[in-house]
Write a protein that binds this ligand. Structure first.
Ligand SMILES: Nc1ncnc2c1ncn2[C@@H]1O[C@H](COP(=O)(O)OP(=O)(O)OP(=O)(O)O)[C@@H](O)[C@H]1O
Ligand SMILES: [Mg+2]
Length: 366
């Protein structure tokens, strides 16, 4: 028998039970019609115990999952939600992501596809930067006073000395000036963290931002790297601050370029619109609707594994001349936009995905 015929004989039950995510089918009266093995484990019960039970008996009555199910049953279109917390006597508190989709030809039926943690982990990882931003913010305010003022004094004195100095001494006074400038630049970069001004948000065209960044990159740090654009031409505008968005993607593309250590360097910039994806963000009451996804992918070395858990914290760097402020800044700016950043990385492929809110007022263009 040819291979493909044999594979057709696999029972769909075996496939569903092989999945790592929990699949539950609910009928039009919200009773459980089917569960796969992962779902049995998730709800700590067997098919025989759980089949026929109303899903509401397994979940707290105010569970956001119930709201999603009702929404799908009524609207007939699917929704996804990231970072929901499920907490019932049956299951230990779990962070989940869930997709709820209708069943074709069965009105009122819904399929729940529950993923434990993975995305929630990523969100947690990126949210650690909030605390970082706070601590760096206090430190940068202090540095601005305690370091920048004396530095300008030192620089001024070195310039005065330079006028009298000759030969080798002039080199030394120049060195003092250059080094004080370098410290000032670092303090300036850190000062952005203590900037508490609200964003000036407008309707910003993502492709214009990326085009700007691409031009800067290709005329400088990425001149030998191929940049490929995969854009969704109908992408709605971002609700954001143009200059900060340029800075965000410039930092990401700079890192991508710096990670490429071979001749066939390639950076792929892509944009996409995702329907009905909500994020529950700690500290925010409402669930954010974040439909715009902008990704920066490179074929470089990959992010060193030991850095990955702390990537968005300040001063995390693997570069001898790096400050480790690039991604901390990116994370802060994305957080100020109400967005989310996540990444996947292994040697040869690293992708950073920035997920942003869309503009609701397209007239107010940038
Ligand atoms: N695309 C990438 N590929 C591989 N490693 C990356 C990538 N992006 C970031 N990294 C890793 O994350 C670290 C932190 O990046 P970040 O931009 O915060 O600081 P930096 O680039 O080292 O310094 P700076 O941006 O201040 O010049 C980098 O040192 C690098 O090890
Ligand atoms: Mg960087």
């Amino acid at each position: 028998m040819p291979f493909f015929e044999e594979s057709l004989n696999i029972k769909s039950d075996n496939i569903l039970n092989g999945l790592g995510s929990s699949i539950i089918v609910i009928d039009d009266r919200s009773n459980i019609a089917y569960l796969n093995s992962s779902a049995e484990q998730f709800f700590a019960g067997s098919q025989t115990q759980l089949k026929g039970q109303e899903i509401g008996q397994l979940l707290p009555f105010d569970s956001p999952l119930m709201t999603l199910i009702k929404q799908v049953q009524l609207s007939g279109s699917g929704v996804s939600d990231y970072g929901l917390t499920l907490d019932t006597p049956r299951i230990v508190k779990q962070l989940i992501n869930v997709q709820v989709t209708p069943v074709l030809d069965y009105p009122g039926f819904a399929i729940l596809n529950i993923f434990k943690r993975s995305m929630a982990d990523k969100i947690d990882r990126q949210l650690t930067h909030r605390n970082t931003a706070r601590s760096v913010s206090a430190m940068s305010a202090m540095l601005a006073h305690e370091v920048k003022n004396p530095l300008s004094g030192i620089r001024g004195a070195a310039q005065l000395l330079e006028q009298e100095a000759t030969g080798g001494d002039q080199e030394l006074t120049q060195l003092i000036c250059d080094e004080t400038d370098r410290i000032c630049e670092l303090v300036d970069r850190m000062e952005v963290f203590s900037d508490q001004r609200p964003l000036e948000r407008k309707s910003v065209n993502a492709h214009k931002v990326l085009e700007r960044v691409r031009q800067i990159a290709q005329n400088g740090f990425a001149e030998n790297i191929k940049i490929i654009e995969k854009y969704d031409p109908s992408l709605p505008s971002i609700n954001g601050d143009h200059d900060q968005l340029v800075q965000i993607f410039l930092n990401l593309i700079k890192n991508a370029a710096e990670a490429i250590n071979h001749e066939n360097g390639e950076i792929i910039l892509s944009t996409a619109y995702q329907h009905s994806v909500h994020f529950a963000l700690p500290g925010r009451v409402s669930r954010a609707l974040l439909p715009l996804v902008i990704s920066v992918q490179d074929n470089g070395t990959g992010i060193p594994v030991e850095l990955q858990d702390h990537l968005f914290e300040a001063f995390v760097t693997s570069k001898s001349n790096g400050t480790g402020l690039g991604l901390a800044l990116v994370a802060k700016m994305i957080d100020d936009h109400g967005g989310v950043i996540e990444f996947d990385s292994y040697p040869g492929k690293t992708v950073f995905r920035v997920i942003l809110p869309m503009s609701t007022n397209p007239d107010e263009t940038d």
